[in-house]
Design a binder for this molecule. Structure first.
Ligand code: NAP
Length: 496
């Protein structure tokens, strides 16, 4: 980011944020439940309040989405017309990118240059990808007998409920909104109460871009009330969710109790980053492990939170890793020079501190970090933390921490690496560092994870799907595969 951009940031961070309302049927209005306070993890200061949607507000939002869907104003418009609106929306998001990024950082504490890339700029790219794709996706003519015409249409599902977390709210919402809207669905979006501001702002840009009233509705408020009401609603056809496994389970149960809506889950991970002794460049691997683990304070679903080191390089690697970790600059996420910002709030910090204490009491060895820092700012900051001597049965090796806490283990050979890698119930991502092409290919097939990085960690773009295996979820965000969640096949058998 340039110096001029940081000058602008100083103004934007001082902007007053008006009390927030719900966005239903193209109109802004208060919720029927109590408002919720919004505070900044940067310094603990109160930013604004959020309207809390109750069940009846959620009913209104679903009704608006259904009415819009049935009207055909969006769902039956030509794909090329939808493309134009989504492209215009992407343009507006891009032209407001810095404003949106700062707003988001004030709410969730992500370091600004990362937030700028990962949030508005990535959301704009996602909208463009699906906008450009949607008039190039064809149905099928079946290879049926000559006296029959078998057609397979791909139609929108109807009303989509999208529920998203706080770590990258705009990027993750765009992964759902862009394919869902491009395919002609109407959406009710429920952001996390910890990160709603950018999504509300982006909804106003959608209206400016020409999205018809009711095609996108945003209901804010607590997960237990507003989110649960959406999940249980009988007129929602699909829930597309990103978040924790516990809430994911409750959504499946809500579907079972209501209309058996399809539920797609993008859940957490405990992803292994596996370094073999023939890694092509140990320093590059150290940098990859640091970046793959600590960016955004480890509050990244695919973070490489379990480091598996081959014994012959373990001591040397760990020495370099600790040095690189201790060089990371943690601080005000809106200041130039900061590499890692705040963790997302007081309760998140308290949860992380509990994980550190639990790991110590289980016998893991704390080799760096482990403490809260910069408490005098009033904000919530934590040292990047590494534990060694972790065993597969410890909670630190099995359960997602969702913070800057790395669990390190040692292995002797490929078979043991695979065994350790697969020893959790989660399977979101993994990393493998090796010079041996055969080892790399074998690991890609034997490590059970949705996304496997080889000689890098954390990279990918819209061309590859992201989704978990095992208890990390089902379905995929990104790529053309994401359209599967938001379309249904309709077959026709026409006697000629
Ligand atoms: P979370 O607590 O599961 O919340 C996710 C969303 O669900 C929020 O909007 C939340 O609202 C809502 N919610 C909470 N309880 C609900 C309920 N009973 N019914 C319906 N909705 C409910 O997760 P988080 O703490 O925001 O996010 C961190 C988790 O997300 C981690 O596990 C991380 O790995 C995962 N994640 C996965 C991916 C992926 O692509 N696989 C990407 C990013 C994050 P409130 O916040 O307002 O309560």
């Amino acid at each position: 980011m340039s110096t001029t951009q940081y000058e602008r940031v100083k103004q934007l961070r001082a902007d007053r944020i008006a009390p927030q309302q719900l966005y239903i049927d193209g109109k802004w209005r208060d919720g029927r439940a109590e408002v919720l306070p919004v505070s900044s993890p940067i310094d603990g200061a109160r930013l604004t309040t959020l309207a809390a949607a109750g069940r009846s507000d959620v009913n209104d939002a679903v009704h608006a989405a259904r009415t819009c869907y049935e009207s055909g104003s969006w769902s039956r418009s030509a794909p090329a017309a939808r493309r134009q609106v989504l492209l215009r929306w992407a343009e507006l998001i891009e032209s407001h990118a810095l404003e949106l990024a700062v707003l988001g950082v004030r709410e969730n504490g992500t370091e600004l240059s990362m937030a700028l890339r990962a949030e508005p700029l990535s959301a704009a790219a996602t909208l463009r990808y699906y906008a450009e794709a949607i008039d190039k996706v064809y149905g099928e003519i079946a290879p049926s007998p000559a006296n029959v015409l078998g057609l397979v249409h791909r139609l929108p599902v109807g009303v989509v409920g999208a529920i998203v977390p706080w770590n990258f709210p705009l990027m993750i919402a765009a992964w759902k909104l862009a394919p869902a809207l491009a395919a002609g669905n109407c959406v009710v979006l429920k952001p996390s109460e910890k990160a709603s501001l950018t999504l509300l702002r982006v909804a106003s840009l959608a209206a400016e871009a020409g999205l018809p009233a009711g095609a996108l509705n945003v209901v804010t408020g607590s997960g237990g009330e507003c989110g649960a009401a959406l999940a249980e609603h009988d007129d929602v056809d699909v829930i597309a969710f990103t978040g924790s496994g516990g809430v994911g389970r409750s959504l499946l149960a809500a579907s079972a109790r209501s209309n058996l809506k399809r539920v797609y889950l993008e859940l957490g991970g405990k992803s292994p980053n596996i370094v073999f002794d023939d890694a092509p460049d140990l320093d590059a691997a150290v940098a990859g492990v640091v970046n793959g683990m600590f960016r955004n304070s480890g509050q990244v679903c695919i973070a490489g939170t379990r480091l598996l080191l081959q014994r012959s390089i373990a001591a040397r690697f760990m020495e370099k890793l600790i040095a690189a970790t201790e060089r990371l600059v943690v601080g005000d996420p809106l200041a130039a020079g900061t590499q890692i910002g705040a963790v997302c709030g007081e309760d998140q910090l308290a949860k992380l501190m509990r994980s550190v204490r639990a790991a110590e009491s289980e016998g893991a060895k704390l080799v760096t970090g482990g403490a809260r820092i910069l408490a005098d700012t009033g904000g919530y900051y934590m040292q990047p933390t590494i534990f060694t001597d972790v065993t597969p049965t410890m909670a630190l090796a099995r359960e997602e921490v969702f913070g800057p806490v790395l669990a390190s283990m040692v292995f002797d050979d490929e078979a043991e690496a695979v065994r350790l890698a697969n020893s959790t119930a989660l399977g979101l991502a993994a990393g493998v560092w090796t010079s041996d092409l055969s080892t790399a290919h074998r690991m890609v097939k034997s490590v059970r994870a949705g996304l496997i990085h080889v000689n890098c960690y954390g990279g990918s773009d819209l061309t590859v799907p992201l989704g978990g295996v095992k208890q990390s979820g089902n379905g995929h965000d990104k790529s053309l595969h994401a359209l599967d969640k938001f379309t249904e096949l309709r077959s026709a058998w026409m006697q000629l």
